[in-house]
Design a binder for this molecule. Sequence first.
Ligand code: FES
Ligand SMILES: [Fe+2]
Length: 397
Amino acid sequence: MNQALTSLEQLLAAMHQTVSVPLAEARALPAGCYTDPAFYAHERHTLLERDWIALAHVSQLPGAGNYLALDLFDEPLLVVRGKDERVRVLSRVCQHRGMDMLPPGYADPSCAGQLPAIRCPYHLWTYDLNGQLLAAPEMQHSACHARDSVALREFRSEVFEGFVFVTLNADAPALAGRLAGLRERHLAKWALGEAKMVWQREWDCPFNWKVLVENFMEPYHHLGAHRQTLQPLMPALGCWTDAAGDDEYLAVHLPLNAQIRNALQRTGQALPGFTPFPGLTPADHLEWWVFLGYPLFLLFTAPDRAFWYRLLPTGPDSCRLLTTMLVSPHAESADDYTGWLARAQQEAIDFHLEDMAVCTGVQRGVKSRAYAQGALSRLEEPILRVQRYLAHQLAAR
Ligand code: FES
Ligand SMILES: [Fe+2]
């Protein structure tokens, strides 16, 4: 047995042991789960490449030809809206000699925009927005070229609550069924399919993807990292983890502080901000939420805005993150919209920089010989739930 396999088996066994306890005995994962290349390769192979990953929100692609170019597990992808209104996830690999037709920084540094058609810069083979080859110069002399049978590879995609998901796995079960509980119990009333993305920012992250997921889901760190930003609004001690979700999703309640809640209940008003999402009840104005649709779909919702984090793992100690903010379709027509947008963007950057600092610090620590699997607080129940989900998935395949 080779060394890498031995260490992977030991790590999986140590992970299994870590998660097989009640919350009062829960601990952080072994360091190798955040650092070991073989463990990361195993996660990629058995879980991440086989599941559904959110790549875009439909409001990023409002019209025919609007596209986003991004890489998912080294697969060059193009998310593009066709003339038939459908959003597809196509491969960027040209079917002539294999060029990535939009490599990062080559033609369009923003990796987003609008295309009349998809043209390979190498020899100008041109595909329509559905991926079908339209034209290829001087190929009439080739006996093995049949234009109508050439098309860009299309990957399976589904739109869930306005988010475009893709899977690289032809056999993955349909996404809609997988996340039905998340939609029906929680998300439907936000009607995020109608929402509009009004802010986004990309970050290169020097930490393992699970460091971000754990940080995103646990409210314990409001006490420290967010003591001046989120803690006054959503005190850590009032937050709690919803029992529902199983192996589909995880939902955490972040109630507003008691003083604010009492004032809202007394006046029947909403907190000042954007025009709230119209489908919410008065009770929905009293708390924020964080959600994780396993394995990577991260949402942080308020009554008047939702933050979607597109997390794309790129290695054992790196990931690429797009932080975004969505608002109700009615928000932009409000008088004070521009002012709220500027304030909300700054707040999103401020609290995210706090998260970047602690996640970067954690990755430095998990690489250290002094790392210990410390005990988890009751407020870190979401971490134990994520650990159990992962251990179950990684062992099952
Ligand atoms: S590789 Fe794309 S046209 Fe030749
Ligand atoms: Fe945070």
